[in-house]
Ligand binder design. Structure first.
Ligand code: IVH
Length: 673
């Protein structure tokens, strides 16, 4: 084949493959079989291998052709990528409408209603119709270049289809990258089989997928896209948002089909009601609806507040509630012995899943709500939170229903339960209670604690039943029982060896993991880190006096007391002796002096949801700036960093006169980040 012939054939093949990809990924209507598709792709790959200089960046073979990147370059967003204010019901929507109309002299306003896809927003740049760069939202001003990873997403066009025979020299669009529910379930099944942590929700799954260093890993996540915002398309003027959606569709972007042009706020409200139930039938998750002014000239007159556009709002659905019957009340014994009651329910569909249990939290909650077996109750499931019983429907109470009595003994070991002063929880204080041991070992092995890969609920249960272990320290003696392990059902030699290697590896863990893994009451990851940093060895911590512990910024009297109590117990002594004998690392990590920075000497409490940082990220950032982050507000707190939906900590800060900073204040004072 001559070079010229190859060039023509490559162009023809690329165009054909793009057409099939569009039919498959965007229209969900495949035009050829997978086999035929692979044939075309194979031929194209062979030609490109033979004539490497004819391989173009927008070639369909380049979806996974990208290099492995170690760091994502920063990409400035111009204009910035904004987020939206929320509306939590019809009243909020009417307020939004009134405000919007008042800004355009009460002219009539049309609204475009769209689904709010639960994923990760991205910005895409095209030059002469070719995809050249894509970036995450980041903090809205600057994102990260994830071009190579975005290329792997089948529904994202690498090359645009001309509209009216033309392509814009420059075009910027924005949209959402998401994962279908089914894909998430499939991936989680695989992860579970491999004993790896599961993906928590589609947003995390998409975010994690896009941040992979190797585009092939991104490809495996089978991500998808919806484009909903045209920022600019040189030479293609539009006056309405609806026109821009149509235009983007002609360029072959995947634009969501569920959109509605409302002529009044009443029509908007009717649409929100229509989607309240329908949303569960979608193959992907939405976390609300987005309502946008259609006319772009009106938008320009409405402008922005400090944070949000005044011409759009995110509508959030109310938490769904359903009626069902309490068929029983059961108790679960946790790691620290807390005995938590749960209502066993007649199965009911709420928010897209079947709910059979709902937490009843504690004794006071059951008593206040007076929940009885046989009662009809209202159950609520809000977001990803575990379902809870909201209230009883008294008219439907059976005549023979009796108030529920909290048992006096532990349902697992039979020891007497205690309720300590000022505590809501009722506890089993028998340290030998099998339920507690089980939970304690699971906690010890969990990801944020010692992180023993592959050791999950089923195996811990099995090892306890087979009496191969009685506590967490025994895990380190399992190697001596390799023979017994291999004989156990379900475990092959290879998985036994993998597990033993995973256990061995944790001997070298940094000690803050161990301190957390011990499961000392009130000692979470952050407190464990502070304790490890301060004392530098488990031994120093074991012999520490309450005053010294409490003097650490970020550690209060409750934690201090609990630490001392823990190490005073002979059982803890025994466990630590065994861990030490097993060669588990007990020293290191004492921080000489804290990092010097703008926050040196300051204690910061973070509360509410931040948009720029996750909880761990902001805590690390505070540390890097020299500060300490703490979980509770006191007079010693330097300031509170409050995000969305901040609650009691914010109130307390105001009561105590502790300064409160918004995310923007924080970024302005201590940034740029
Ligand atoms: S419009 C200024 N439309 O929701 C306009 N956003 O808080 C900004 N989202 O960050 C966005 N689906 O990640 C818009 N159909 C949609 C959306 C959508 C999901 C996300 C997006 C944005 C957030 C808004």
């Amino acid at each position: 084949m001559t070079r010229q012939e190859a060039e023509q054939r490559i162009a023809a093949l690329s165009a054909e493959i793009h057409r099939h990809e569009y039919a498959y990924y965007v229209l969900d209507n495949p035009t050829i079989s997978d086999y035929e598709f692979d044939q075309l792709m194979g031929e194209l790959k062979r030609l490109e291998a033979e004539f490497p200089d004819l391989r173009r960046p927008d070639s369909p073979t380049q979806r996974v052709g990208g290099r492995v990147s170690s760091d994502f370059a920063k990409v400035p967003h111009n204009p910035p990528m904004l987020s939206l204010d929320n509306a939590f019901g019809a009243d909020d929507l009417r307020d939004f409408d009134r405000r919007a109309r008042s800004l355009v002299d009460d002219e009539p306003v049309e609204y475009v209603c769209e689904l709010k896809i639960d994923g990760l927003s991205i910005s895409l740049r095209y030059e002469d119709g070719i995809f050249v760069q894509g970036a995450t939202r980041g903090d809205g001003e600057t994102g990260e270049d994830v071009t190579e990873n975005l290329r792997t997403i089948g529904s994202l066009p690498l090359r645009l289809e001309p509209a009216d025979g033309r392509l814009p020299a420059r075009m910027i669009v924005r949209g959402e990258i998401y994962m279908e529910k089914k894909v998430l379930e499939d991936l989680n099944r695989e992860l579970e089989a491999q004993g790896k942590p599961l993906l928590q929700n589609p947003r995390n799954a998409a975010a994690g997928g896009l941040r992979q260093k190797d585009p092939r890993k991104t490809r495996e996540r089978r991500l998808d896209s919806f484009i909903y915002n045209l920022v600019e398309a040189e030479g293609f003027p539009v006056a309405k948002h609806t026109e821009s959606l149509d235009l983007m569709q002609r360029f072959r972007f995947k634009v969501n089909e569920h959109r509605f042009l409302a002529r009044s706020i009443d029509e908007v409200i009717a649409w929100t009601e229509e989607w309240r139930e329908k949303r569960y039938d979608l193959p992907y998750e939405i976390d609300g609806l987005v309502i946008k002014v259609n006319d772009l000239a009106q938008r320009a007159r409405m402008g922005f507040t400090a944070k949000f556009p005044r011409w759009a709002v995110a509508y959030k659905f109310p938490a769904e509630e359903k009626e069902t019957v309490v068929e029983g009340i059961t108790l679960e014994v946790g790691r620290t012995g807390a005995v938590t009651p749960a209502a066993e329910l007649r199965p009911v569909r709420i928010a897209g899943t079947t709910v059979k249990r709902a937490t009843l939290h504690n004794e006071d909650n059951i008593r206040t709500k007076d929940v009885r077996i046989g009662d009809t109750v209202i159950v609520r499931k809000a977001g990803e939170i575990i379902p809870e019983v909201v209230r009883v429907v008294p008219e439907k109470r059976p005549a023979d229903a009796v108030p529920w009595e909290y048992p006096r003994v532990c349902p697992v070991c039979g020891e007497e339960l205690v309720r300590e002063e000022g505590e809501a929880a009722i506890r089993c204080v028998n340290p030998l209670c099998p339920a507690q041991q089980y939970r304690a070992i699971l906690h010890f092995a969990s990801r944020d604690a010692m992180n023993i890969e592959g050791l999950g609920e089923a195996l811990v249960q099995l090892f306890l039943e087979e009496e191969l272990i009685t506590d967490a320290a025994d895990l380190y003696t399992l190697r001596e029982r390799r023979g017994a392990l291999v004989e156990i059902d379900r475990m092959g030699e290879k998985s036994v060896d993998n597990l033993l290697a995973a256990i061995d590896a944790t001997r070298q863990n940094l000690i803050h993991r161990l301190v957390y893994a011990l499961g000392i009451r009130h000692v979470g990851e952050r407190a464990a880190k502070l304790l490890a940093d301060h004392f530098g060895s488990v031994e120093a911590l074991e012999t520490a006096k309450p005053d010294e512990i409490q003097a650490i910024a970020g550690i209060g009297p409750k934690i201090a007391e609990s630490v001392v109590e823990y190490f005073a117990s002979p059982r803890s002594h025994d466990l630590l002796r065994k861990l030490r004998a097993a060669g588990v690392n007990m020293v290191g990590e004492k921080k000489a002096a804290p990092t010097e920075g703008p926050l040196t000497g300051k204690t910061v409490v973070v509360t509410g949801t931040l948009t720029r940082w996750g909880r761990k990220e902001i805590e690390e950032l505070i540390e890097r700036l020299g500060g300490k982050s703490s979980g509770s507000v006191s007079k010693k707190t330097s300031f509170v960093l409050a995000g969305e939906a901040a609650g009691s900590k914010l109130d307390k800060a105001r009561d105590l006169g502790v300064p409160v900073l918004s995310e923007d204040d924080f970024a302005n004072q201590f940034g740029p980040f």
